[in-house]
Design a protein around this ligand. Structure first.
Ligand code: PHE
Length: 470
């Protein structure tokens, strides 16, 4: 299955080094999921208990699936759809396996559609924070300000469109002149700002509370429901960018030298560390201001915004936090757009600019559903039981709890059971016998089984067939 050496390049370009591949993959993984979503999910789903379930999912499901995805990409050297087909063809398997790639492209459009809307909110808040608008503002007022903003679809649509255009331009410029440039300069700035936020959080005095909230398990009150379990697994997929082909697409541009396994370690560890640091910083700031770290999706925009507004130099540090999140969102959004772009370029031999315009337009149109979820369609319940039932809540739940895990499950089955074992062994490059055994156990049994069990729980609960606890 090893690709022929002469042909061991992708037509879209290659990352200039192994290091840049890792940085790009970390850029994809670290995003709104870590800084916006993780803190509020942990806040709402039991803090430490949620965190531990999430860690288990990362190790047992996230790690093996990511390894499999990068392997497929690196062997196929094309868009996820064509890489999967390529591997199927080389091994005399059905071309139907390419459908996993199609499924991922579909999921990608849905993710990009709401991702860009939330990223648009973030962009707006960069300016809002720096302007000092939050100075001395209490939580209620900050809540009102956020409500007014997302209630105004014109404003939201404007910022959402700006973010979409920026993402499109970067992806259209290609792997080396677009994606790689953003990653090369964006990621170091992101890490630096994260450090600044952590230090700022620590100096404000709420760090101790934040730390115990995140790490100290209260066994008498775990605060963990079945719903939390499902959300923790879904979040593991979302935060690692697995299950829809983003990391597979990036794997196609990974140079042959260097092991996939060590790259995956770095990606998983850094992604988790960023979530921890972001959580600690955001919770510290909330506690320093005397608020609890709850508040759902609005945590960052209301609790943090008003906390910053009441802390020394808050406008500057608050603004920097939103700059940090904007960079993180951009380096992720480009990876969501890449699989579809690469496929359409391969299929129709068109320029990236044309393909990206079409893709962004599709995601932009779907994105209106999210834009309107907070104003005109606020009371429109699309599917009851999916969060608050709005278009946005349904989409988010669907992606996290169904689409990404199903994608991951299919990838695990393809690599674990369908591809010939000996070829997988060569391509995955796990040198030790026991390492290989562990990986096989994870990809063939543990990951698929855990996904299936969690699915079963979700379905039972969704159809109200069981009362499995809170
Ligand atoms: N991992 C990204 C984040 O945490 C989101 C993402 C999901 C990116 C799926 C690519 C694919 O924000």
């Amino acid at each position: 299955m090893m690709a022929e050496v002469s042909n061991d390049r992708s037509q879209h370009g290659m990352w200039s080094s192994r290091m840049l591949f890792v940085l790009a993959a970390v850029g994809s993984a670290v995003g709104l999921g870590n800084i916006w979503k993780f803190p509020y999910m942990a806040g709402d789903h039991g803090g430490a208990a949620f965190f531990f379930v999430y860690l288990i999912c990362i190790c047992l499901i996230g790690f093996p699936v990511m390894l499999a995805e990068i392997m497929i990409g690196r062997e196929g050297r094309m868009s996820p759809i064509n890489s999967l087909r390529q591997l199927a063809r080389r091994n005399n398997l059905s071309q139907g396996w390419g459908l996993i790639g199609w499924f991922g492209v579909f999921t990608g459009f849905l993710i990009l559609s709401f991702y860009a809307v939330v990223a648009g909110w973030i962009l707006f808040y960069v300016f809002r924070m720096f302007s000092g608008e939050f100075n001395g503002v209490d939580i209620e007022t900050a809540g009102g300000m956020f409500g007014d903003f997302i209630g105004d679809w014109k404003q939201v649509a404007l910022w959402f469109t700006i973010f979409m255009v920026i993402t499109g331009v970067v992806v259209a410029k290609g792997v080396n002149k677009g994606l790689e440039v953003v990653v090369r300069y964006g990621m170091p700035v992101l890490f630096l700002l994260l450090l600044v936020m952590l230090i700022y959080g620590i100096t404000q005095g709420g760090f101790g509370d934040a730390f115990s909230f995140m790490f100290i398990l209260d066994f008498n009150n775990l605060g963990l429901s079945w719903d939390s379990l499902v959300r923790a697994m879904g979040h593991a997929f979302f935060t690692l960018s697995i299950g829809m082909g983003a990391i597979m697409a990036y794997g196609a541009y990974m140079p042959r030298e260097g092991s996939i396994k060590s790259a995956v370690w770095v990606i998983v560890v850094v992604d988790t560390l960023v979530a921890i640091v972001a959580g600690l910083a955001i919770f510290s700031i909330a506690y320093a201001h005397g608020s609890e770290p709850h508040g759902g999706p609005a945590l960052l925009f209301i609790t943090s915004a008003s906390a910053f507004g009441n802390l020394p130099l808050g406008a500057i540090f608050g603004g920097l936090l939103f700059v940090l999140v904007s960079i993180a969102a951009l380096t992720s959004a480009i990876s969501i757009l890449e699989p579809a772009t690469a496929y359409l370029v391969e299929r129709f031999k068109l320029s990236r600019w044309i393909v990206v315009t079409v893709c962004c337009l599709i995601a932009w149109i779907i994105g209106w559903g999210t834009v309107l979820s907070f104003n005109a369609w606020q009371n429109l319940i699309i599917i009851p039981g999916f969060g608050d039932g709005t278009f946005f809540a349904v989409l988010e739940f669907l992606v996290d709890s169904f689409l990404l895990p199903i994608g991951g499950l299919l990838i695990a089955i393809f690599v674990g059971f369908i591809l010939p074992r000996s070829k997988v062994k060569t391509a995955i490059e796990i040198s030790t016998e026991w390492g290989m055994k562990i990986w096989l156990a994870l990809i063939r049994v543990i990951a698929p089984l855990s996904i299936l069990v969690i699915f079963a729980i979700t379905l039972l609960r969704l159809f109200g067939l069981t009362e499995l606890g809170a």
